[in-house]
Design a protein around this ligand. Sequence first.
Ligand code: GLP
Length: 260
Amino acid sequence: MEIVITPDPAAASRQAAAYLAALVRRNPGAVLGLATGSTPVALYRELIRLHREEQLSFSRCTTFNLDEYAGLAPGHPGSYRRFMDEHLFASIDIPASRIHIPDGLAADIPAHCAAYEQAIAGAGGIDAQILGLGSDGHIGFNEPTSSLASRTRIKTLTERTRADNARHFSSAQSVPQHVITMGIGTIMEARAIVLLAFGEKKAATVAAMVEGPVTALVPASVLQMHPVVKVMLDEPAASQLRRREYYRHVFDHKPAWQQW
Ligand code: GLP
């Protein structure tokens, strides 16, 4: 894991966007794995700026989102499809046919999940996966005790996650109980992973993910087993890392030839 401690979320978001932009310029047909939640919003804003002001085109990219609430129509204000349209897709040039988000209204959920896996494989796999971090250590919606080998499937949310996400709904009770999420095994097959986490509220979870044991109780800790992971933090999110001075030292002394 490469731990990058940045002055603030804006700096981390700019760096993450620069990484994605370089990937897309190198490979215009890149396959991007996208995340929802408050954390990547500034990253998406920066991608939109790069599209408008610096001719970054997504017209040949393919995207796969991590997850969606089961039972929500794409137009529902709480749905991740709506979130993505609002925060990214409506403002860039990606064709609708290249956008993939699990269908919250799928009639046959296991078949839909299998088809989602096939679509990822058919696109050649994910080149770069963006991740946020749930306060309980989840990635996508893989809650604690999810199999570290899991594939796209239905999951039941913890009450803590429902409470965390209640702000996107009219009331806590209207947050769906069930979701469709890429599995941890699916996420681990992405060729590169960029995880963003900001704020003191995430500090203990960040420390458990980076410096704790690999355990299904903290699903994000599995990223210790992935060869290409960047963890982009602000200072408060990094505050409980025991070795944070070492991570800074490594980053400051990175050989000039080493790519991001
Ligand atoms: C949701 C999403 C996750 C996201 C998490 C953190 O549960 N399914 O992908 O990482 O929220 O959200 P936030 O970025 O708002 O803290």
